[in-house]
Design a protein around this ligand. Structure first.
Ligand code: 9MR
Ligand code: ZN
Length: 540
């Protein structure tokens, strides 16, 4: 990677001819924009640089407006003269959106990744041995399939459920931006590939249900593997204890999926709805919430959660939408006031319930879940826009918000701003929603494109076992790095990055799971955002 950071930060995958071209500039001089013939078409009088707390940079955001298709040069004249090429095309982001969806194919467990789909990133089937119950070793079950969660080979129900939900809602709301064929084994079967890929996880989630309706929290070994290929990881996998949060998230996701797949496969759709209803009955019969903690001797991802109310809220909304049974609406109404409504990640899924209420149930949701919820929701979306305004780079994250996987709240805030526009018809937050997408692809304090295989300066050494172990220089493509984190770091990162500001607390180094891991549920909100902006770029 070229190590000199340009003073002009851009979306490295290009810009759309129908949407504002926004860049960040770290140099004070006047700007000129010239077209491919060298003719200056715009001169911009500079606003002063402002101090950006998250990065420590003096920076200004520049909106170049809507530009016709073509290649431009943006030059900052003056003592610190600098320039950068800007490419504008009609539909620039379908490729990266497709890559992000295909990234999940590369996470498939339990099957061979064949050259005709995986190119050079092939590997034989992995993790095919039966799993044992952690608590009851007499339980022996074949639970193959699903996606590896992240840089590790674990498979976790809650994170899998939110990943699938982001993909299904992208399909429901912006099908035009996520309907391409992706060259996966199911391609051409008459079902959109985004749904084919999500089904790979759904089939696994179904296998994670116990006979009494509860869902096991996760399927992992007792420790993380070394940096080996998945097919070389032969240690025993265990079905870890069931949990309330995993059960509620699985119910929600399966109830949602039962509606989406109905037109393609009614039997599969019914299986999912029945599983969701059985899971919900288990939750009703076991109302005392017990947070999941790793059993003694288990060191894989915990995905613990202090509350399940958000999972229960989401499940109630989806079950009401799929069954029409008002008991679920009553449950959701009771829970809604305690929900954030604008979080969409594994820990707080209440935003997915809000999407269900606002975009699926609509008036059917009634006064509380529609009218009242919409008011609260829209106010929160607006506040997200204010966070973006306060950042020198337009990033919708406060300086103290750079947590492990900061890409998630950034993409989540973009989702909220997009949905605000859809609900109100007011497009004032759209440029800010777009800056978050630009952030992921290079408009940031690190001048880095966080999606592997894309952009001029891209992540090369993600914390991802196959990328580290396959002997291929480039990482597996289409995976998004968690990005800067200065809240919860490994000691060696703390030491190495002492004094480095939050938005730059990142190293593109394989051992740094805390800043540079990839995860399925970081890919998926980016898929949602990418599918939306790609849908806007389609002519009809
Ligand atoms: O995404 C999780 C993040 O929010 C937590 O702070 C972090 C530390 O507990 O764990 C992250 O999740 C990891 C999981 O535990 C195991 N698989 C890889 C995940 C991504 O780093
Ligand atoms: Zn595997």
């Amino acid at each position: 990677m070229n190590n000199t950071l340009s003073k002009i930060r851009i979306n490295q995958t290009g810009y759309a001819a129908s949407l504002p071209v926004q860049v960040a500039v770290l140099a004070a001089g006047p700007l000129t924009l010239s077209d491919s013939t060298g003719k200056v078409i715009k001169t911009i009088t500079p606003d002063p640089l402002t101090f950006d707390e998250a990065s420590g940079d003096e920076v200004r955001l520049v909106d170049l407006g809507i530009l016709a298709e073509g290649e431009y040069t943006l030059t900052c004249t003056g003592s610190d003269s600098t320039s950068r090429t800007i490419r504008v095309t009609a539909d620039p982001w379908q490729e990266v959106t497709n890559a992000l969806i295909k990234g999940l194919y590369f996470q498939r467990c339990g099957c061979e990744l064949e050259a005709k789909y995986a190119g050079k990133f092939v590997h034989p089937a992995c993790h095919t041995a039966p799993a044992l119950g952690w608590e009851d070793r007499s339980v022996k079950k074949t639970v193959t399939g699903g996606w590896h969660d992240a840089g590790d080979f674990g498979k976790y129900v809650g994170p899998g459920a939110v990943t699938v939900a982001h993909m299904l809602y992208a399909h429901i709301l912006f099908a035009k931006g996520c309907s391409d064929e992706l060259n996966i084994p199911e391609s051409g079967n008459g079902v959109p590939d985004i749904l084919n890929e999500a089904r790979y996880e759904l089939e696994w989630i179904l296998k994670m249900q116990r006979e009494d309706g509860a869902f096991y929290h996760k399927l992992t070994k007792d420790h993380f593997a070394d940096f080996i290929m998945p097919e070389d990881d032969h240690d025993q996998e265990y079905l870890m204890p069931a949990s309330h949060c995993a059960t509620a998230a699985a119910c929600a996701c399966l109830a949602l999926a039962s509606r989406v797949y109905k037109e393609y496969d009614e039997v599969f759709s019914d299986r999912m709805l029945n599983a969701a209803i059985a899971g919900s009955a288990w939750l009703d019969a076991n109302p005392d919430f017990i947070p999941f903690v790793n059993p003694d001797g288990v060191r894989t991802g915990e995905y613990g959660d202090e509350s399940c109310d958000d999972e229960l809220f989401w499940a109630a909304c989806e079950l009401f939408a799929s069954t029409g049974d008002v008991k679920y609406r009553t449950q959701a109404e009771k829970l809604f006031h305690d929900c954030s409504l604008t979080d969409y990640g594994w820990e707080d899924v209440s935003g997915l319930g809000a999407i269900c209420a606002l975009f699926v149930l609509k008036e059917k949701a009634g006064d509380i879940l529609y009218t009242e919820l919409k008011d609260v929701y829209l106010q929160k979306c607006k506040a997200t826009g204010e966070i973006s305004d306060a950042s020198g780079y337009g990033t919708a994250l406060p300086a103290d918000g750079y947590v492990w996987g900061s890409i998630l709240p950034i993409m989540a805030n973009s989702m909220s701003m997009i949905l605000y526009g859809l609900l109100t018809g007011d497009e004032s937050l759209l440029p800010k929603a777009l800056i978050q997408w630009d952030y992921a692809l290079g408009l940031n304090a690190l001048d880095i494109c966080f999606v592997t295989g894309c952009g001029e300066r891209t992540v090369m050494n993600p914390h991802h076992r196959p990328s580290g172990a396959d002997g291929i220089e480039e990482p597996v493509p289409g995976l998004i790095s968690g990005g800067p984190n200065n809240v919860h770091n490994y000691p060696f990162i703390k030491e190495k990055l002492a004094g480095v500001p939050a938005a730059k607390h990142f190293v593109d180094e394989l051992p740094s799971a805390d800043t540079n891991e990839i995860a399925i549920y970081w890919n998926s909100p980016a898929i949602f955002v990418g599918a939306y902006f790609s849908s806007l770029c389609k002519k009809n």
